[in-house]
Structure formats: structure tokens, C-alpha cells
Ligand binder design. Structure first.
Ligand code: NAD
Ligand code: MG
Length: 389
């Protein structure tokens, strides 16, 4: 029996993981499930999976969760500290599928207890990559990528030496607005930005896909996770989302990872790693697909990509600034405070303001510094939003 915990169990990635685990429940001992406001889903899942503990991050949801799970013997808790406590319960494998920088602390806590961490929460690598990797190293814990592009790179690297890697190409679908005339983007609505042509994901990452902030985050995630220079990483627009990433080697060979756009592949690979086991995903028929297309990304349409390179060059705590400003700008767009294109302006302005500060460019990446930087960046981003609004 493998003991497992799922952080962000009620989200899109969390539910895909549950789909895989439920097919084989006899082999798993589910220790904890965490979620947010979707309490009926969290309670249902905790019962079906026989979890020991269910945690909501919102204290105001505690009573409802407690009520739904009364008489089941399942422990109930709420709040950020309770999620961190859940991460301190040692398990063999945990999924980090919380959205946003809230995923950082539970991820660090799980690694400190030697747990193998399947990481979907890219925000924690963007804000504090060296801290997360250092924590894993110090405790002999493993981090496995779950983001589809990074799982693809990871798989393409099996049996290879990093010294032979020349470049890494991550693909992007282009998101909801890839065919829109540039001049219409400023008036794009929340509903329009919340639908993805290929992937079915949470709302925040779907909007980030339309702006390519998601791909920008993934550039930084690639640099941090694989430890390569930013000039070695490229983004390629590939509408079909069939090739997830390619690794280019010094003999000119490219190893491409090809598969259907279904997160159960990347989650399942991390779940069964180092083995490869059967997964219930579609088998691709290339004769039917016929052709695959590729384009260079238009950096005018997707300014987030240049911002990511700026962050990777600056280093230090600028990843924390970038992520926090992006999260705040996204809140602003979702709340109707700013337009779609304003998000990149808010992030650029926040980065420019804070990157002249030595505390940001050369500051140590400690948890305190990261949390402090995150807080400050949100304040600057809110000011930039107020100016626009
Ligand atoms: P989602 O919005 O569907 O789910 C997020 C989960 O986190 C939910 O369980 C929610 O209750 C919980 N949560 C939200 N705010 C929280 C907080 N402050 N504290 C604790 N828990 C909180 O998101 P998702 O699409 O499943 O994405 C999850 C993560 O995986 C993100 O980092 C995303 O970038 C990454 N990711 C997602 C996909 C995808 O296909 N959805 C693909 C690759 C990577
Ligand atoms: Mg991805």
C-alpha cells in the first residue's frame, strides 16, 4: 500500500489524479485531501477514497466540512496552517496541485519529511526554485514534474546526460486568442479568456494560457527544475498540443514527447515513476491527425514571454515578484478592474519598480524573503492597477 496525500484535490489536476487513484484504490492508503470552497466535493472524495484527513484552506468552510463528514471518522481541519500540518504527515507520494503561491509552504513541508513530491504547482518553482530544490536535496526527497511540458522534458532526458543538452523547446497552444486580431485583445472579456482550445483546466491557468503568462511561468519553471540557462529554452507555438516538449542534444537529435492533451498522462507518469504503467488516455492516430503545425510566438501578442526572460536574467527574488504581480494582475482582470492586456503592463511595471532594489536582485531566496517579496509585489501591483482603473 502506498500512502499518498493530494493537495488541491478538488481542482482540475487533483480530480484527474483521483480518477487514476480510484481505478486502483486497493493499492493506495489516502492520508489527506485538501481543497478550498468546494466542500461537498472534498467531503465526497474523502469518503470514497477513505482519507484519514480532509482540510479546507478556508476557516469559514470548516463547519460545513465537519458536518458533511460527521460520523465517518475522517478528521477535519481548516486554514493554511492545517494544510502545512497535513504536509508534515509523512507519506510516500504527494501531489502538489494547489493553484498559486499558496502551494509553496505545503510543498516545502512535504519535502522536509522526505515525501516524493509530484509538482503541478509551478508557482512554487517560479517564486522559490532554489529553496524548493535545496529542501529536497537536504532531505533526500524527490520532486517529479507534473506540468505536461516538464514531464515531457523529464521523460526525454531518461538515460541522457545534461551536458549533452543543447536546448529545450516547450510548446504552447497559443490559448484562446491565438487567432484574434491584436487590436481586439484589449477588450477581451473574462468569459472569452476562460475557455481553452485544447486543455480542460482550472480558470486561472486557462486565462494565463490566453495571455501566455502560463508559458512564461513554464520558461522559468524549466530553468529552475532542469538547471539550464534561459538562452537554451525556447517556446514554440504548436496548435495541436500533441508534442509537449522537445529536447535538443549536441549531436543534432531532438527527442520529442508526443501524447494526447490529457493531464492524466503526466500525473500518471509521476505516480508510477520510475516505472511506466498503463494509463487510460487516448492513443493517438497520426494518420488521422495528418499534420502538425509550428509557429514562432509573436512577442507583441504575448509580452509575458519577454518578461520571463527578463526575470531569468535578473534572478534573485525577481521570480517571486513576477509571480505575485501576475497573481494580483489576474485577480484584477477576473474582478473587472483591468483589461486583458493591462495584466502584462501591471507585471512589467511592478518588475521595473522592484528590480532596481538590490534586496530583490541579490537577496537570498529564503522563505521569509520570498513571502515578504510576494507581499510587497502585490502592493505595487495593486497600485499599478489602481492607476489604470
Ligand atoms: P484549480 O483552480 O482547478 O484547483 C486548484 C486547487 O487548489 C483547488 O483544490 C483549490 O481548492 C485549491 N486552492 C485554491 N486556492 C488555495 C489556497 N489559497 N490554499 C490552498 N488551496 C487552494 O487549478 P488547476 O488547474 O488544477 O491547477 C493547479 C496547479 O497545477 C496550478 O499551479 C497550475 O498552474 C498547475 N497545472 C495545472 C494544469 C491543468 O491542466 N489544470 C496543468 C499543468 C499545471
Ligand atoms: Mg503546462
Amino acid at each position: 500500500m502506498r500512502q499518498i496525500t493530494l493537495f488541491g484535490a478538488t481542482g482540475s489536476v487533483g480530480q484527474s489524479a483521483i480518477d487514476l487513484i480510484e481505478r486502483d484504490l486497493d493499492n493506495y492508503d489516502v492520508v489527506a485531501l485538501t481543497g478550498g470552497r468546494n466542500i461537498s466535493k472534498l467531503a465526497d472524495d474523502a469518503k470514497r477514497l477513505g482519507a484519514d484527513l480532509a482540510v479546507t484552506c478556508y476557516d469559514e468552510c470548516y463547519a460545513e466540512l465537519k458536518d458533511l463528514l460527521s460520523g465517518t471518522g475522517i478528521e477535519v481541519a481548516s486554514g493554511d496552517a492545517a494544510i502545512a500540518d497535513a504536509a508534515a504527515r509523512p507519506v510516500d507520494w504527494a501531489l502538489s496541485a494547489i493553484v498559486g503561491s499558496a502551494g509553496l509552504v505545503p510543498g516545502l513541508e512535504a519535502l522536509a519529511h522526505g515525501t516524493t513530491l509530484a509538482l503541478a504547482n509551478k508557482e512554487s518553482l517560479v517564486t522559490a526554485g532554489p529553496l524548493l530544490l535545496g529542501r529536497a536535496k537536504a532531505h533526500g526527497a524527490t520532486i517529479l514534474p507534473v506540468d505536461s511540458e516538464h514531464s515531457a522534458v523529464f521523460q526525454a532526458l531518461v538515460g541522457e546526460h545534461m551536458a549533452a543538452v543543447e536546448r529545450v523547446i516547450i510548446t504552447a497552444s497559443g490559448g484562446a486568442f491565438r487567432d484574434w486580431p491584436l487590436e481586439n485583445l484589449a477588450t477581451a472579456t473574462l468569459a472569452q479568456a476562460s475557455s481553452h482550445p485544447n486543455w480542460d483546466m482550472g480558470q486561472r491557468i486557462t486565462i494565463d494560457s490566453a495571455s501566455m503568462f502560463n508559458k512564461a511561468m513554464e520558461l522559468i519553471e524549466t530553468k529552475e527544475f532542469f538547471g539550464i540557462g534561459h538562452e537554451m529554452i525556447e517556446v514554440l507555438v504548436h496548435r495541436e498540443s500533441t508534442i509537449h516538449a522537445m529536447v535538443g542534444f549536441n549531436d543534432g537529435a531532438l527527442m520529442a514527447h508526443v501524447g494526447p492533451p490529457d493531464m492524466r498522462h503526466a500525473i500518471g507518469y509521476a505516480l508510477h515513476w520510475p516505472e511506466r504503467r498503463a494509463l487510460p488516455v487516448e492513443r493517438l492516430d497520426f494518420a488521422k491527425i495528418g499534420k502538425l503545425t509550428f509557429e514562432a510566438p509573436d512577442t507583441q501578442r504575448y509580452p509575458a514571454l519577454d518578461l520571463a526572460h527578463q526575470v531569468m536574467e535578473t534572478g534573485g527574488l525577481s521570480g517571486a515578484v513576477f509571480n505575485a504581480a501576475k497573481e494580483r494582475a489576474l485577480d484584477g482582470f477576473i474582478d473587472g478592474q483591468i483589461g486583458f492586456l493591462d495584466m502584462a503592463n501591471v507585471v512589467a511595471e511592478t518588475l521595473n519598480k522592484m528590480s532596481s532594489d538590490q534586496a530583490i536582485t541579490t537577496g537570498a531566496i529564503t522563505l521569509d524573503n520570498v513571502l515578504e517579496t510576494d507581499k510587497l509585489a502585490r502592493i505595487h501591483a495593486a497600485e499599478a492597477i489602481a492607476k489604470l482603473g
